[in-house]
Design a protein around this ligand. Structure first.
Ligand SMILES: [Zn+2]
Length: 466
C-alpha cells in the first residue's frame, strides 16, 4: 500500500485538536511499518543494498537519475525548458555530474520569482504536497515535495537508525522537536502520543525544571528505543537530569539529532546522560542533500538521493549546492542550500562507499531564556516564528533577526522593501509575548538596508551562553 503522505499530513494538521486525538486513537493499532507504506519499504531495502556499493557505482546511479531528471525538466518544467533553450542545451548535453555547471545555480529568490514556471506541467502525477522553509534571511520559501521524495528522505533517515543497530521500524520513539507549536499557550502538556508519526512527542517549548521533571517520568515509563530531537533541547533536558540527579531507568539504542548544530560539549552531555550514542542527521525541508553519521562518527552523504556540489563564497567558505534527484513536481537543480561544508574524502572504517564530509556549519543558533526560566532552542524559536507569525502576516520582510538583549528585552531587526502593516506588527508582538512572557519588552528596529551576513541565524542571545 502506498501512503499518500502529503494528503495525510494536511488532513491531520488542519483538523481541530479533538479530531486529532480521535485520529491518534484510531491509528494506534496500525504498526508503523504499515503506516510508512510500500514505497518507503522498497526504498529502504534498496538503500540497505546500495550502501555496500563502491563509490563509482553510486556515481553511476546518480548520473542515471540525473539524466532522467534533466530530460523531465526539459520537457515538462517551463523554467528549465527556457533556460536550456537560451543556453542552446539539449538534455543529452547533461550526462555527468560535472555537466551540471552548464546550468545556472538556483536560489530561493529564483524560486520565489519563477514559482509557477518552476512547477512541472504534469506535477500532479507526482502527488506533491506544499511545504515551506525559512530562507537564509528568515523569509519563508514555499515549494512542492513529491511523494517519492518524502519516501526517499524517510528511508534515508531510517537507514541511519539501522546503522545504530536498530533492526525494525516498529520501535518506540520519543521526539523532542517543534511539534507543540500550535498548542503553545493553550496547554501545559509536556508530552502526548502523535497518531500519525506514531511517536511520543515532547513539548520543546516547556523547558524549565518543573516540566522537565514530568518529561523524565514519562520517558521512564515509555522507555523509547529511539530518541529524535533538536540538539539544544536534548542538551537542556540532559543538563537538568544531571543537575537534579534524576535517574533514567532505560537507555535508548540510538539518539538521532537533527536541524541544528551539535557542538561536542552538547554531544558529550547528552550521550553521557542517556548512556548511548548520537547519530547526527543533516537535511533540509527541501530534501535536496542529506547526510548522517555512521557508527564511526563519520558524516556520509546520501548519494542515492542527491548530488552535492560546493561553491566558494566571497569569504572563501564552501557553500552547499545540491541537486535533488527525486523531486519531479519542482526540480531543485544546482540549488543553493547555503550551509558551510568542509568536504573531505576519506575511507571510513565502516567501509561504505558514500562520500564523506568533515564538518558542516550553518545551523548555529543561540537559545533564548525567558524570565520564568524556560529555555527555548533556536530552532524551536524558528519553528514558532514560521508557524505562528510568518504564516499569518500580510507582508513578509526580506530580513528578520531576533536578538535577546536582556532577560526581559527582545529586539526584532527587520528589513523590508514593503512596509509592514500595523496589524502584522501587532501579531508579531502578541505571539512573541505569548512565547516569552508578557513582561518581555519587544522592540522593533527597522534597518535601512539588507545586512550582509556570513552566517545568518534567526536568533541571537546576549543573555544565555549555553
Ligand atoms: Zn562510515
Amino acid at each position: 500500500m502506498r501512503i499518500p503522505y502529503a494528503w495525510g499530513f494536511k488532513v491531520y494538521k488542519n483538523s481541530p485538536t479533538w479530531l486529532q486525538r480521535v485520529f491518534d486513537i484510531a491509528l494506534k493499532p496500525i504498526p508503523r511499518s504499515v503506516m510508512l507504506g510500500s514505497g518507503f519499504h522498497e526504498k529502504l531495502k534498496f538503500l540497505r543494498e546500495s550502501e555496500k556499493w563502491e563509490y563509482y557505482k553510486l556515481v553511476e546511479f546518480q548520473e542515471k537519475a540525473l539524466r532522467k531528471l534533466i530530460e523531465h525538466a526539459y520537457r515538462n518544467v517551463p523554467y528549465y525548458h527556457r533556460i536550456m533553450k537560451e543556453r542552446n542545451l539539449h538534455p543529452s548535453d547533461i550526462k555527468k555530474i560535472e555537466d551540471l555547471t552548464k546550468l545556472p545555480i538556483l536560489t530561493k529568490d529564483d524560486i520565489r520569482s519563477n514559482f509557477s514556471d518552476i512547477i512541472a506541467l504534469n506535477y500532479k502525477e507526482f502527488k506533491p504536497g506544499l511545504a515551506y522553509t525559512s530562507g537564509s534571511t528568515g523569509k519563508p520559501l514555499e515549494f512542492y515535495l513529491d511523494q517519492q521524495n518524502r519516501e526517499w528522505e524517510y528511508a534515508s533517515q531510517w537507514r541511519q537508525v539501522f546503522w545504530g543497530g536498530i533492526k525494525d521500524v516498529n520501535i518506540k520513539i520519543a521526539t523532542f522537536r517543534g511539534d507543540f507549536v500550535f498548542e503553545y499557550g493553550k496547554s501545559d502538556k509536556v508530552a502526548r502520543w502523535h497518531g500519525l508519526y506514531k511517536e511520543m512527542i515532547f513539548n520543546s517549548y516547556l523547558l524549565d525544571k518543573e516540566h522537565i521533571l514530568k518529561m523524565v517520568e514519562i520517558l521512564n515509563k515509555f522507555k523509547p528505543e529511539l530518541i529524535k530531537g533538536y540538539p539544544h533541547v536534548l542538551y537542556i533536558v540532559s543538563k537538568t537530569i544531571e543537575e537534579e540527579n534524576l535517574a533514567l531507568t532505560f537507555s535508548p539504542r540510538v539518539i538521532q539529532t537533527s536541524s541544528e548544530q551539535l557542538p561536542s560539549y552538547m554531544r558529550e552531555t547528552i550521550e553521557m546522560t542517556f548512556n548511548t550514542k548520537i547519530f547526527d542527521w543533516y537535511s533540509q525541508s527541501e530534501y535536496v542533500v542529506s547526510m548522517g553519521q555512521c557508527e564511526y562518527g563519520t558524516y556520509h552523504q546520501t548519494m542515492e538521493t542527491g548530488i552535492m556540489t560546493l561553491i566558494e563564497d566571497e569569504w572563501g567558505f564552501e557553500r552547499l549546492v545540491g541537486t535533488g534527484l527525486w523531486n519531479y513536481s519542482m526540480p531543485f537543480i544546482n540549488y543553493v542550500v547555503g550551509d558551510i561544508i568542509e568536504s573531505e574524502s576519506i575511507k571510513c572504517n565502516c567501509g561504505r562507499g558514500l562520500i564523506t564530509v568533515k564538518s558542516l556549519e550553518g545551523r548555529i543558533n543561540d537559545i533564548v531564556i525567558t524570565p520564568s526560566g524556560k529555555a527555548i532552542s533556536g530552532v524551536a524559536f524558528d519553528h514558532y516564528v514560521k508557524h505562528r507569525i510568518l504564516h499569518y502576516i500580510s507582508t513578509i520582510p526580506e530580513y528578520l533577526h531576533f536578538i535577546q538583549t536582556k532577560l526581559d528585552e527582545l529586539v526584532v531587526e527587520i528589513y523590508s522593501t514593503k512596509s509592514l502593516q500595523e496589524a502584522d506588527i501587532n501579531l508579531l508582538v502578541k505571539e512573541l509575548k505569548l512565547l516569552l512572557g508578557n513582561e518581555v519588552d519587544i522592540k522593533i528596529k527597522y534597518l535601512d538596508k539588507l545586512p550582509k551576513v556570513k552566517k545568518w541565524r534567526i536568533v541571537e542571545s546576549k543573555v544565555s551562553k549555553i
